[in-house]
Unconditional design. Structure first.
Length: 152
C-alpha cells in the first residue's frame, strides 16, 4: 500500500520516480519522525512504523552529520577565492586551496560550491565586426575597399 501511494503521489505531481522519498532534507526527515511519534504517542507508534509511513530508512534516525571543525573557515576561503578569481570553477579552486596548504578533497569543495550556490559566469561572446559581414551580404566592394584603405 505504501509503495502505491508514493507512486501515485509522484505521478500526480509529475515528479520523477523515487523523488518523494528524497523530498525532505535530511534533518527535516529526522524531525518529522520524532514529531509524528510525539503527536500520536510514543507507546502507540513505533519508530519502525513511523519511518515506514513517512517513507524513509530507519538508519536516518541514528546517523548524525559530521561537520569538520575547519568547515566555516574553508567556506569563507572558497567564497573569497571565487570572488577573487571569478572565472575559476571548483576544480581550479581546489588546486588553489592545495597551493595555500589546505588538505581538502575535490568532492568536498564541490559540495561546498553547490551549497553556497556558486557558479562560473557564462563566457561573453566575442563582438563581431559588422562592416565585413554587410559588405559580403550586399556584395558591395566599395565598403570593403574603404575599410582597408584601398582608395586612400
Amino acid at each position: 500500500m505504501l509503495s502505491w501511494t508514493l507512486a501515485f503521489r509522484e505521478a500526480a505531481l509529475g515528479w520523477p520516480k523515487g523523488s518523494v522519498a528524497n523530498f525532505w532534507a535530511f534533518s527535516l526527515r529526522q524531525h518529522a519522525v520524532e514529531q509524528t511519534r510525539s503527536a500520536l504517542g510514543r507507546d502507540r507508534l513505533s519508530e519502525r512504523r513511523a519511518c515506514k509511513v513517512l517513507g524513509q530508512h530507519r538508519n536516518t534516525q541514528w546517523r548524525t552529520r559530521h561537520v569538520p571543525d575547519d568547515e566555516p573557515r574553508l567556506v569563507k576561503q572558497i567564497v573569497w577565492l571565487d570572488c577573487e578569481y571569478g572565472r575559476y570553477g571548483y576544480r581550479r579552486i581546489t588546486s588553489l586551496l592545495h597551493w595555500e596548504g589546505w588538505r581538502v578533497n575535490h568532492k568536498r569543495v564541490e559540495r561546498i560550491w553547490r551549497e553556497e550556490g556558486l557558479k562560473v559566469p557564462k563566457k561573453q561572446p566575442k563582438r563581431k565586426r559588422l562592416g565585413l559581414q554587410r559588405a559580403r551580404a550586399f556584395g558591395d566592394v566599395r565598403i570593403v575597399a574603404i575599410m582597408y584603405g584601398a582608395f586612400a
